[in-house]
Design a protein around this ligand. Structure first.
Ligand code: PMP
Ligand code: GLN
Length: 383
C-alpha cells in the first residue's frame, strides 16, 4: 500500500515525529495538542472504568454517546438525527473514513477529494480499488476554483469526500462553495462524505455542516471525532451520521474492522459533547491566539504565511528564504533548528506536490511558550 509520497508503510506523521524525537525538536509536525482535554471528561472516563464499563460496547456505539451526538447536532446546527439508526460510533474519524469508503466504493468508481488531502484518504481509496480524482486548492486562500471542481466530477464519481475545515490548509469553505458541491453531487448522483473533525476549531467564519444545506441531507454522511474538539487524540472516539440506509452499510464494514470502540471513552465523550457552549467558544478563542503567535513568528522569520481560518495548522512558504524543496527541508529541520513540520507536498499526488513544493504545515495546538520558542528557532533559518 503506497502512501501519498509513494513510499511503503510509514506515514509522514510517524516519520517526522520520530525525527523530532531523535533530535529533541519541538514537534509542530503531527497534529496533537501538548495539553490534555478537560479534566471533567478525563474524570468521566476514570469513573466509567471503575464502574465496570470495560467490556465490548455495542457495535454501533453506546446509546449514551449516540444520544449525545444527536443532541450536539441539534444544538449547534439544528440537524435532527435518530440515534438508533442514523449515528454510529467509530474508532476515531479514521475508521469512519475507512468504513465509509470501503462500504461505498470499489473498482470502477471515482472518489473526488480536494488536493492537498488528508493522508488516509488516498490510502483507503487505494484499498477500496476506486480511482482517486482531485480538485486543487490554491494559495493564498486555498479555495477551490468552482469550474475546476465541476470539471472534476464525472458520472463515475461515486463519493465526493469533503474535508471542512480543511487539513492541511486551514481553509474553511463558505456556503456557496459547499452548495456547489452539493448541487454537483446531486447532478452526478454521488454520495457526499464530509470529514468535519475540526468543526469547532474555526477563527471567524462559522462552520457550516454540509448536511444542513438544501438537497444534501439524504446523500450526506458526516464524520467527526472527539480527538480535536476535546484535545484527546489518543482516545480514538469518532462518529458518523446520516441517512439510515447509508449508515447501515458503513456499520457493516465497521463491524468487521474493529467491531466496537472503547467503552469507557465513549461514555466520557458523551459528557464532553454536553458541555456548555462557552467551552467550545473558549477553546477556539485560545487556539486563535496561538495561531496568531505562531503566524507572527513565522512571518518574522521571513516565511510567507497563509493565515488559516480553521483547524490547528498554518501553512507557510519557505521560498522567500531561497529554499526550493520543503520536503527536503522538513527532513533536515529538526536537526537544523530543532523544530519539526510537515511538507504539504505529502498531502498531494505528483502534480499537486509540484504546486506545493515550498510549503510547510506547522501545528499550533501547543503551549504559548512552546510556540514562541519554536518561532525563535525558525528565525535562525534565515540567518
Ligand atoms: N480527518 C482529518 C482531516 C484529520 O486531520 C484527522 C486527524 N488529524 C483525522 C481525520 C483522524 O481523526 P481520528 O484521530 O479521530 O481518527
Ligand atoms: N491528523 C493528524 C495530522 O494531520 C495526524 C494523525 C496521524 O498521525 N495519523 O497531523
Amino acid at each position: 500500500l503506497l502512501g501519498a509520497d509513494g513510499n511503503l508503510g510509514v506515514t509522514i506523521f510517524e516519520e517526522i515525529t520520530a525525527l523530532a524525537g531523535v533530535h529533541g525538536a519541538i514537534n509542530l509536525g503531527q497534529g496533537f495538542p501538548d495539553e490534555d482535554g478537560p479534566a471533567e471528561i478525563r474524570n468521566a472516563a476514570r469513573k466509567a472504568i471503575l464502574a465496570g464499563a470495560n467490556q465490548y460496547a455495542p457495535g454501533q456505539g453506546l446509546p449514551v454517546l449516540r444520544e449525545a451526538v444527536a443532541e450536539h447536532q441539534e444544538r449547534f446546527y439544528g440537524l435532527t438525527l435518530d440515534p438508533a439508526t442514523e449515528i454510529i460510533v467509530t474508532t476515531g474519524a479514521t475508521e469512519a473514513i475507512a468504513s465509509a469508503l470501503l462500504a461505498l466504493t470499489g473498482p470502477g468508481d471515482e472518489v473526488l477529494t480536494f488536493e492537498p488531502f488528508y493522508d488516509s484518504y488516498g490510502a483507503i481509496i487505494g484499498l477500496s480499488g476506486a480511482t482517486h480524482t482531485t480538485a486543487p486548492l490554491l494559495a493564498p486562500d486555498f479555495m477551490p476554483d468552482l469550474d475546476a471542481l465541476e470539471a472534476a466530477f464525472t458520472d463515475r464519481t461515486r463519493v465526493v469526500l469533503v474535508n471542512n475545515p480543511h487539513n492541511p490548509t486551514g481553509a474553511v469553505f463558505p456556503e456557496p462553495v459547499l452548495q456547489r458541491i452539493v448541487d454537483l453531487a446531486i447532478r452526478h448522483d454521488a454520495v457526499i462524505l464530509t470529514d468535519e473533525v475540526y468543526e469547532h476549531l474555526t477563527f471567524g467564519p462559522r462552520h457550516i455542516p454540509v448536511a444542513t444545506l438544501p438537497g444534501a441531507a439524504d446523500r450526506t454522511l458526516t464524520i467527526s471525532s472527539a480527538g480535536k474538539t476535546f484535545s484527546l487524540t489518543g482516545w480514538k472516539i469518532g462518529w458518523l451520521s446520516g441517512p439510515a440506509e447509508l449508515v447501515a452499510a458503513v456499520r457493516t464494514v465497521k463491524s468487521f474492522l474493529t467491531y466496537s470502540s472503547g467503552s469507557p471513552f465513549q461514555a466520557a465523550i458523551a459528557t464532553g459533547l454536553r458541555m456548555e457552549d462557552s467551552f467550545f467558544t473558549d477553546a477556539a478563542g485560545t487556539l486563535r491566539a496561538k495561531r496568531n503567535v505562531l503566524s507572527a513568528g513565522l512571518r518574522a522569520a521571513g516565511l510567507d504565511v497563509y493565515t488559516p481560518q480553521g483547524t490547528y495548522f498554518v501553512n507557510a512558504d519557505v521560498a522567500p528564504l531561497g529554499i526550493t524543496d520543503a520536503t527536503e527541508l522538513a527532513r533536515q529541520l529538526p536537526e537544523l533548528v530543532g523544530v519539526a513540520a510537515i511538507p504539504v507536498a505529502m498531502f498531494c499526488h505528483p502534480e499537486g506536490a509540484e504546486r506545493t513544493r515550498t510549503l510547510l504545515r506547522f501545528a499550533f495546538c501547543k503551549r504559548f511558550d512552546v510556540l514562541q520558542e519554536a518561532a525563535e528557532r525558525i528565525a535562525r533559518l534565515g540567518e
